[in-house]
Every structure is written in C-alpha cells, then in structure tokens.
Ligand binder design. Structure first.
Ligand SMILES: Cc1ncc(COP(=O)(O)O)c(C=O)c1O
Length: 320
C-alpha cells in the first residue's frame, strides 16, 4: 500500500524500512536486519535529531523566529540541520573541520546553509572517517558565537538530550518492525545518541537484548581507549551523551572496527545487497556478522545503515 500523502517533507523523517540481509551474512549465523536510515530525506538518521533538537529548543524558548542555528559537524548533523532548519525558516551556519569531502559542503549549501571550514591541526589528510574528535575546535567556535549573540542557538548534538530522545522513536520503530523479537542491536558511536536512545527503547521491552557499540579503530579519543577528549577540553564542548550512556549500564560492549573492514563491508553492501550507504554502515554490518555468528541460527541481529553514499563519492577509496 502506498503511504498516504503528507503536508511537508518533514513528515517523512523516520519510519525507515527494515530489510533482512541476503548476501552479506554468515552461513551458520543469526539473521541480520538493516534499518535503512540513509533513506531519511537529507540522507541520514541525523534528520531525526535535527527535528527533535529544533522543536525542543523552540518549546523551551531557546530558539525563536529570526535566530541563527549553529553546529559543529563533520557532515550529517550539519546537513540535517541545514535541511530541517532552513525548512522551518531559520538561518543555519555549520562549522565543519577542513578536509571533509566537497559534496558534503555542497549538499549543506544547496539547502541554504552557510558553511565555514575550519583548520584542525594534526588531522591527517585522509582523516575522512573522523568522528567527534575533530569537532572540538568547531564546537568551541559555536560556544563563542552563542555567547556573543543572543540570537544564535547552538544545537550541541553531543550533549543535547533531544538527540537520544529522537532515537527512542528509532528504537520503538525497530520493536514494531521486528514484532518485538530482537536478540542484539549493533551501532557505531559518534556522539552516542543513536546507540543510547535505541538501547533505552529496546531494553525497556527486551532486557536480554545485547547492545553493542562500535568505534573506529583509528579514533584517538574513544570509549574503548578510556580517554574521551584531549587534556584541557572543557565540559562545555566534550562528553555529554557518551558519558551518560556508559553510566546507564545499558551498553553491553564497545568494540573497535578498522576503517578497512568498514569500507570493504560497505562496498559489499552496495554491490551485493544494493544498499547505497556510507562507511559506518559497513562497520555496523561487519560487526553484526560477528555477533550473528556467536548467537547462531534462529536469532536476530538488528543494525542501522546511518547515511547515504552520495556524501563520500569523491573519496579516493571509493574509486579504486
Ligand atoms: C555516518 C554516521 N554514522 C554513525 C554516526 C554515529 O551516530 P551517533 O552520533 O548518534 O552516535 C554518525 C554521527 O556521528 C554518522 O554521521
């Protein structure tokens, strides 16, 4: 049945499809199901949090007509805020670490945002799988801007509880789509909103469900290395959701996945399954296969394909 007509593109955020993997699986392992989050309107699950963070800020009186939304982002949250923020009539300015792909900037600008590239000392030229750790300098910039102008609102995805609250909905969608039968959930961690929100929703209904977080093996500041931020970084620009999530006891395991395994698996997802997804989707499915193998037949592993491959196409590794 075709979905009913809606009034706004914003009504199409979430409710993404769930598909059972057919080829990128292990012969003797559990079934793996992938939630196609790259099919959100701006191409990633960050649409969910952009909408929730903006609506919450409006209802708390922190964001008003005529204001400018700012955020530090390596790509997807910036894109999602550009999409949702401009649709709702706000100015949007995104502070992005230098070295991200051109298409990420072009996508944000296409939605009408202003993008500021910032130089990050010590970031290697191939650092495109960079996560939260390269965002500290852009975050400091957002904090300074917000302090200097009362008409600027900084979304603060890394500490804003509206981030993980948006993913309670993702978790509830998973429960509905899987008829309440999920043995494990696997997802990569950036600022932690997805894993924490989904974990809360799943464990409330299925306490035995295993929840596993993944980090890039290349990340210097990570849960698995025990150091979340460089020395001297203030609480205002670090920590937040990740710390709360780890204290919650809801996360069973955090493991590292290499960029190589993530990229190889994402290539397989495109070629063998037809999912036009990004790198972290590869990490998620790579480790889901390991979990599937350890759980065995008859069990179900659920994961997410966070973003669309359109934002990585000019990366060299995708053309070889
Ligand atoms: C492509 C991609 N995968 C995974 C993540 C991790 O999601 P979260 O920030 O909710 O932990 C992010 C965001 O940081 C992302 O952009």
């Amino acid at each position: 049945m075709a979905p009913k007509a809606v009034d706004s593109i914003l009504d199409l955020i979430g409710n993404t499809p769930m598909v059972k993997l057919q080829k990128v699986v292990t012969k003797t392992g559990a079934d793996i199901y992938a939630k196609l989050e790259y099919l959100n309107p701006s191409g990633s699950y960050k649409d969910r949090i952009a909408f929730e963070m903006i609506r919450s800020a409006e209802s708390e009186g922190k964001l008003k007509p005529g204001y400018t939304i700012v955020e530090a982002s390596t790509g997807n949250t910036g894109t999602a805020l550009s999409f949702v923020g401009t649709r709702l009539g706000y100015n949007v300015e995104i502070y992005i670490p230098e070295g991200m792909t051109r298409e990420r900037i072009k996508i944000m600008e296409s939605y009408g945002a202003k993008v500021h590239e910032m130089k990050i000392e010590g970031l290697d030229s191939k650092g495109s799988v960079a996560g939260a750790e390269v965002e500290f300098i852009p975050r400091q910039k957002c904090l300074d801007l917000e302090r200097s102008n009362p008409k600027i609102w900084w979304a603060r995805q890394f500490s804003n509880s509206a981030n993980w609250r948006a993913h309670l909905v993702t978790g509830n969608e998973i429960l509905e789509q899987m008829n309440g039968k999920v043995d494990a959930f696997v997802a990569s961690i950036g600022v932690g909103g997805t894993l924490y929100g989904v974990a809360k929703a799943l464990k409330a209904k299925i306490p035995k469900c295993k929840v596993i977080g993944l980090e890039p093996a290349s990340a210097r500041y990570a849960i698995s290395s025990g150091v979340l931020s460089p020395p001297g970084i203030s609480k205002e620009i670090s920590g937040g959701i990740i710390e709360e999530m780890m204290e919650s006891g809801l996360i069973d395991e955090v493991v590292k996945v290499t960029n190589e395994d993530a990229i190889k698996t994402s290539d397989r997802l495109v070629r063998e399954e037809g999912f036009f997804c990004g790198i972290s989707a590869g990490a998620n499915v790579y480790y889901s296969m390991k979990v599937a193998e350890s759980l065995g037949k008859g069990k179900r592993v659920v994961t997410v394909l966070p973003d669309h491959r359109d934002r990585y196409l000019s990366e060299k590794k995708y053309t070889t």
